[in-house]
Ligand binder design. Structure first.
Ligand code: NOJ
Length: 546
């Protein structure tokens, strides 16, 4: 049995500050805006806020390019606002997780400026500079944001590594001084009373660029153990690593409490199942539902008691789940949003809700590429246009997978710009804010918001949700996701129709029970005859078995 931790039964809410709430009407969300919405979050029942980066940044990648780790982005406010946010959140029992982006900095960070200005400065080795090979880039490493991962530093004639945009030079984790500065910076934020950190692409810090190794490099876990020892290890905080490509075995390295690395992983296996294998996320394929169940089952069972996982459908890099694997039509948007939430939140792990998910916000379709803002998407568009792809196909990929789907402003009410701002926001608002907004959700006891709220309170009231074993039922059913959670004498049976057609579900005879109680359903009159259920479109029910 795992030693209990506060973050085992916590629910995290992710805020993308730029798009959350604009308090000073400059079209950009800000810290004061977040403070003014803390009571809303408290109503939802979340425990922790993961704040996407708010540090000083030239915003090539919306704050994931940090120019000063100890200062706040002008558009978002001041350090005083940040201190207020921490104390206002803490006074409501909400902890703040900072986004720790330490695989790379901005090229406008003083470290990088020094590294470029003076080849002999100690900062040169904080980054990865390499000589040209035959007058060209050192090797074939590609940037995740298209093109080569090497950019020429004209002054020295050497190339520097950037696994993301060329304004995001990679840090060299082999350099001990650099690591020490990072640990000092982490301690600076811990001293301010933050509740923990989300570690951006932390799987990349062990990179060995000369061998073209990026993820899961040989020294990755040594660095994390060192970081733990030197900073947050003796504090009761939540640390979550963005760990692309983790398997359950790798996840145990990160999150087994005996190893003193991180609290939990945030891995993407389930959320990468609608792309052509071996290609990129832009190469669309239909979701393989049986595989989705298999992947969840694997993570639920194999991590066992030797690690901890995050549960999520959404974040600022992913399309909106209701448009992706639910149904965002007028008729089914709310039902399918609730179904998806139910399937996820009754699993083992720490759930993450991304702003707007709790009201069932959807993807957006801008006609013009000019209306998009995300560097990843714009680079891809340019590259594919140059390579002769059809514009319609590129737009289809953007509509399905573009990160801006998640980044349009939050819908607070039906007024102009969804109540986000009085002036034109930095990115257009999704026009469906008129119907889909917080105000409408709060008025309606049957809303998506209230469904999320109930899921959170079911987790809080039932240890079986937090610690129970997971057993997948009828794994080959082509439309239904069903599982049992069990802890001591408590059992929950979760059953959900993932699709729009009515579907029958027969419960295995091996599951014995004397009676049932419905804890939550997205229909008013769900059946209690669980031996044979006829589930309606997107129907999702949580039963307590007696
Ligand atoms: C992962 C972040 O989630 C994403 O938004 C960002 O672009 C990259 N890391 C680079 O920091």
């Amino acid at each position: 049995m795992l030693e209990k931790k506060w973050w085992h039964n916590s629910v995290v809410y992710q805020i993308y500050p730029r798009s959350f709430y604009d308090s000073n009407n400059d079209g950009i969300g800000d810290l004061k805006g977040i403070i003014s919405k803390l009571d809303y979050l408290r109503k939802l029942g979340i425990d922790v806020i993961w704040l996407s980066p708010v540090y000083k940044s030239p915003n090539d990648d919306n704050g994931y390019d940090i120019s000063d780790y100890r200062d706040i982005m002008d558009e978002f406010g001041t350090m005083e606002d940040m201190d207020n946010l921490l104390s206002e959140a803490n006074s409501r029992g909400i902890k703040i997780l900072m986004d720790l982006v330490v695989n790379h900095t901005s090229d406008e960070n003083i470290w990088f400026k020094n590294a470029v200005r003076d080849e002999n400065s100690k900062y040169r080795d904080y980054y990865v500079f390499r000589k040209a090979v035959d007058g060209k880039v050192p090797n074939d490493l590609g940037s995740i944001f298209s093109g080569s991962a090497w950019e020429l530093d004209e002054k020295s004639g050497e190339y520097y590594l950037h696994l993301f945009s060329k304004k995001q030079p990679d840090l060299n984790w082999e350099n001990e001084d650099m690591r020490n500065e990072v640990y000092d910076m982490i301690n600076f934020w811990l001293d301010k009373g933050v509740g923990g950190f989300r570690l951006d692409v932390i799987d990349l810090v062990g990179k060995q660029p000369d061998q073209c190794i990026t993820g899961n490099g040989p020294k990755l876990h040594d660095y994390l153990q060192e970081m733990n020892l030197r900073s947050f290890g003796n504090k009761d905080v939540l640390t979550v690593g963005e760990t692309w490509g983790a398997t359950p075995e790798i996840a145990k390295l990160y999150s087994n409490p005996n190893r003193n690395e991180l609290s939990m992983v945030f891995q993407f296996e389930h959320i990468s199942l609608d792309e052509i294998p071996g290609k990129s996320k832009w190469d669309l394929a239909p979701l393989d539902f049986i595989k989705l169940k298999e992947v969840f089952n694997k993570w639920q069972t194999e991590l066992s008691n030797d690690g901890w996982n995050s549960l999520f459908w959404n974040n600022h890099d992913l399309p909106r789940i209701v448009s992706r694997w639910g149904n965002d039509s007028k008729e089914y948007r709310e039902l399918s949003s609730k179904m998806l939430a139910t399937v996820l939140h009754m699993q083992k792990g720490t759930p993450y809700i991304y702003q707007g998910e709790e009201i069932g916000m959807t993807n957006v379709k801008f006609d013009s590429i000019e209306d998009y803002r995300d560097i990843e998407l714009l680079n891809m568009y340019k590259e594919r246009m140059e390579n002769g792809y059809q514009k319609d196909d590129i737009m289809k990929s953007i509509y399905a997978k573009g990160r801006d789907n998640a980044r349009t402003p939050m819908h607070w009410d039906g007024s102009i710009n969804g109540g986000f701002s009085n002036v034109a926001p930095w990115i257009k608002v999704n026009p469906n804010y008129v119907d889909i907004n917080v105000e409408n959700n709060l008025k309606d006891s049957d809303s998506v918001f209230n469904h999320y709220k109930q899921l959170i309170s079911i987790r809080k009231e039932n240890d079986v949700v937090v610690y129970g074993d997971f057993k997948l039922l009828d794994r080959n059913h082509k439309s239904i996701f069903a599982y049992i959670r069990e802890l001591n004498n408590e059992r929950l049976f979760i059953v959900a129709n993932f699709y729009v057609n009515n579907e029958e579900f027969i419960l295995g005879k091996d599951i014995k029970f004397e009676g049932v109680e419905i804890l939550l359903s997205n229909y008013k009159d769900s059946s209690e005859d669980i031996e044979k259920l006829n589930l309606r479109p997107y129907e999702a029910i949580i039963y307590k078995l007696k």
